[in-house]
Ligand binder design. Structure first.
Ligand code: HSE
Length: 305
């Protein structure tokens, strides 16, 4: 039978936690339809909007499903998949992770819940590798676990879900595309000790702030001395968006994943909406089309309907 899967977007890095922190969103969210077959392979319906690869080996959802089929050869299973993408590829809101995570959570449901969450993350990371050339779990893990997750290590996999206070998330996606592989290629390979000290102070402060539900501490800790200075040059008006969001009352924020989307956190819906307006104004002034979201942290992750 056919199931419907809701695979939500995610924000990776949380500013200072490059590759180790991420959280799950309510919006945007992809819709997928998955059917268990006996074809021994994965059939992916062509998508009319983004023309994503239909060859399973080249598809971020296809690759993890092929791995599941391979690991269960004795049963001759297969999958038929249709993806309706609402999370634009290259937006920095975890588009590839949503497809990969949605596919494996859906497959697990159809196979009778045979995998643990860690195993699902392992399979889904094969999809991230197709997309960016490297395995990273900071979008996959929050998409599967929901909420905010800390990825202490990916080999061996060590994921720590962090109970979070109520937070509003405002996101602007200026309509340019930044490929994660490009945004990773420009990063410096070495950092100075004094920079590293400031960075890990912030990461520790952020995690403590989340667990203690201390909004001020969260705000103080949302600074990135390593990745943002390099990547922000790829995003038009980045500094202005951040500065105006702070004036509007944001706790803080920065690049969502590898960009170009920018996210800002706040503790009130009214503030989140004010931030949205300020973001819209900035891009309207330069006639750059943009899409905005005001949403909250999704504690559930991928959902089967
Ligand atoms: N941590 C990854 C990066 C996330 O920033 O490259 C990509 O969405």
């Amino acid at each position: 039978h056919k199931i419907e899967i809701h695979a939500p977007g995610t924000v990776a890095n949380l500013v200072c936690g490059f590759d180790i922190l991420g959280f799950c969103l309510h919006e945007p969210c992809d819709i997928m339809e998955l059917t268990l077959t006996d074809s021994g392979t994965v059939v992916i319906e062509p998508d009319p909007v983004y023309h994503l690869p239909t060859k399973p080996e080249d598809n971020v959802a296809g690759m993890p499903l092929l791995a599941i089929i391979e690991d269960h050869k004795e049963h001759k299973i297969g999958f038929h998949l249709k993806i309706t993408k609402n999370i634009k590829p290259g937006s920095g809101i975890g588009s590839s992770a949503a497809s990969a995570a949605g596919a494996v959570v859906g497959a697990n449901h159809l196979l009778g819940h045979i995998f643990s969450k860690e195993e699902l993350v392992q399979y889904a990371m094969l999809g991230e590798k197709v997309a960016t050339g490297v395995k990273h779990a900071d979008n996959i893990a929050p998409c599967i676990y929901g909420g905010i997750t800390l990825i202490r290590s990916i080999a061996p996999l060590d994921i720590i879900p962090l109970a979070s206070p109520e937070l509003y998330v405002t996101i602007v996606h200026p309509q340019i595309e930044v490929k994660t592989s490009d945004a990773r290629a420009i990063l410096k390979k070495q950092i100075e000790l004094k920079t590293a000290i400031k960075q890990w102070g912030n990461i520790a402060g952020l995690v403590a702030g989340i667990l203690q539900k201390d909004y001020q501490l969260i705000g103080r800790s949302l600074e990135d001395y390593i990745i943002e200075p390099v990547r922000s040059i790829l995003i038009p008006k980045f500094d202005e968006v951040k500065a105006k969001a702070k004036i509007a009352g944001a706790l803080g924020g920065g690049i969502s994943g590898s960009g170009p989307s920018i996210f800002m956190l706040s503790d009130h819906l009214e503030t989140a909406k004010k931030i949205e307006l300020s973001m819209q104004e900035i891009y309207d002034e330069i006639n750059l089309s943009r899409h905005t979201y005001v949403t909250t942290i999704n504690n559930e992750g991928v959902k089967i309907i």
